[in-house]
Design a protein around this ligand. Sequence first.
Ligand code: ATP
Ligand code: MG
Length: 561
Amino acid sequence: MIEEKKESTEKSLNFIEVIVEEDIKSQKHAGRVHTRFPPEPNGYLHIGHAKSICLNFGLADRYNGKTNLRFDDTNPVTEETEYVESIKNDVRWLGFEWENEFYASDYFDQLYEYAVKLIQKGLAYVDEQTSEQMAAQKGTPTEPGKESPFRNRSVEENLDLFQRMRKGEFPEGSRVLRAKVDMASPNMLLRDPIIYRIKFAHHHRTGDKWCIYPMYDFAHGQSDSIEHITHSICTLEFIHHRPLYDWFIEKLEIFPSQQIEFARLNLTYTVMSKRKLLQLVNEKFVTGWDDPRMPTISGLRRRGYTPASVRAFAEKIGVAKRDNLIDVSLLEFCVREDLNKIATRVMAVLDPLKVIITNYPEGQTEELHAENNPEDAEAGHRTVPFSRELYIEKEDFMENPPKKYFRLFPGGMVRLKHAYIIRCDEVIKDANGEVTELHCTYIPESKSGSDTSGINVKGTLHWVSVPHAVEAEVRLYDRLFTVEDLAAEERDFKELINPDSLQVIEKVYVEPWLKQATTKDHFQFIRKGYFNLDTDSTSEKLIFNRTVTLKDTWTKTQDKK
Ligand code: ATP
Ligand code: MG
């Protein structure tokens, strides 16, 4: 038994945990585990980043290690402080706290020194060809490249030119610093990659101090080394960068961080690149980075997703070595599972039909006992006012129902949630034949909790008392895009936007207790889905988002498989 159990926990390790455990066992880095989450502050974080965050911080948690938050801010053109703040906020919201907050731009002096060291070792040179000339010499994966005529400049000349690049003596694009690796390497990235370029751009932290900036490959791995990161986890597209990552470490003789690649998260019905998400924002397809339809962490938060549900999702999808596409209904499944445990059950009528209880005294109100969450005994209860005039959902009444219709119809009976059994006696219509009102009678002995009526009904409806009802707006969301796999599409992603992804119902009725709702709360509008208060809400006007419907499509598709 014990053996069996041991084996099954071992099996549940993902491939990164296997590497980490081996390193701990062999006492590599004295058994230390130090990861980092390295966002470029050029946009808001999305659910793909959430996966990376959970992975990096999760490893540190599991192996008693540490995680740095490092802003990979080496590109001065696209980065903004607003993004830095949003990223910190999102990581904290997910439930993680970093060991150190670092900025790659803090290492600019050190990186410059590293570049000088490479030059001194004869391993870097200043090239003054145009980018077209350099591209023409690159060769193809099957054909070796040609060496630059500037490749064999003397160390002195290179040092002098590099210093003058730094001083701003040369215009943008006129010179670059290249690593002297191997123009014949089958890995194109090793064919003398550019490591520094001239850019007269203002940087969000270093201001105008620099006019040369390191390229990603000459900043990322070095930053890992500077911070003594043991396991540097990145997405699969960097696999071909790893030989270069290792080359710099070896030649610079710096701390040997290890790069490990995993498959990035792709989700159905959405895009997941900051560049594309920024276009959606700038071109006003959505209201902002935190639009509840966005796959951003801020969008999910505003939509009513919980940190626990996002972490559970990251855990469920695991880590893979091959790119794949995850069904967004799995994410919805995770939030539904969490909200089922924590959401307060309330009543809201989205499409009202008035019901008059003709045998209920006019002017009388009863405060009925309502359990807040049957899944959570500690959630307590509240009261819900009941009176002679109520709203029910239009779709809960049918004048000519089919067989086995358990909702309301002429002569039929239903239970009103937390309240009484009623019977529909009379249907009132307007001049167009539209049903405008139902006249019903209630059974006084059938009160929920003390029902002595002996009557059994199959249907239970939600309702709201007319004189107590509070008006609210609800926003219902659908997929932002019309196709499942956007990467497989040839059409531009903006042509695939779902025009009906937002449905606003301007006037719905909710029970008065919801006046005290805050954006931190989660509700189940009974029979209608999980909702939360939107940040657009004011004390005059309540606005709710539907986080997710109650219907689970995930388990169903899994059953079919
Ligand atoms: P994007 O293409 O969306 O701009 P990026 O990779 O350029 O993403 P970074 O800010 O550089 O974004 O990423 C920070 C970290 O998050 C990196 O380690 C990156 O590998 C990881 N990451 C980004 N997107 C995903 C994703 N879809 N799935 C998993 N990890 C991701
Ligand atoms: Mg990036």
